[in-house]
Design a protein around this ligand. Structure first.
Ligand code: SF4
Length: 165
């Protein structure tokens, strides 16, 4: 039966048409609501609640519903502020510089402080001088890599994350 739609209306469609659906979990809290991440031409175009999840059944709270802003945000900080030892002022440095610096310091600390056996001679494989504090916006994949690299790979025991997903 013919519908009373104009050709213009009939030609319209959801912006999600043709997008790939990628399953993920909301990064913000331990409720663990499932999300659908929609990707088109290599770019995330939308993030919505997953209807397949028994946890949230397609819904997201206002915070989780704005997860897309994590990805697409012109105000996202792309530089770091650095104050050198004994300096009295802050300098602006590129993010890549900060990542290299963190990697250098981490390698130095591991080579210097790694403890293979404790005082009793038991194997402990511990790096007691480094800790890792994660933020609530880390996603599953990042948390997995942090746990695997920092704990299993480098011997860091002090790993904490506010979200605890
Ligand atoms: S959508 Fe809201 S309730 Fe669900 S995990 Fe995210 S922050 Fe928590």
């Amino acid at each position: 039966m013919a519908q009373p739609f104009s050709p213009g209306s009939a030609a319209k469609h959801s912006r999600l048409r043709g997008a790939a659906e990628v399953d993920s979990i909301c990064p913000y809290c331990a409720v663990g609501c499932a999300q659908k991440v929609y990707v088109k031409a290599g770019r995330i175009i939308d993030i919505e609640g997953s209807y397949a999840s028994p946890v949230n059944e397609g819904t997201l709270c206002p915070k989780g519903a704005n997860t897309y802003q994590l990805v697409a945000n012109a105000d996202r900080i792309t530089e770091v502020r650095y104050r050198a030892p004994y300096s009295d002022h802050w300098e602006t440095r590129p993010l890549e510089w900060a990542l290299d610096r963190i990697a250098q310091r981490l390698v130095e600390a591991r080579e210097r402080d790694f403890v293979e056996r404790n005082a009793a001679g038991d194997v402990c494989n511990n790096l007691p001088t480094v800790g890792c504090l994660g933020g609530a916006t880390l996603d599953n994949e990042e948390n997995y890599l942090i746990k695997k690299l920092f704990n299993g790979g480098l011997g860091i025991v002090s790993i904490e994350n506010q979200a605890r997903i």
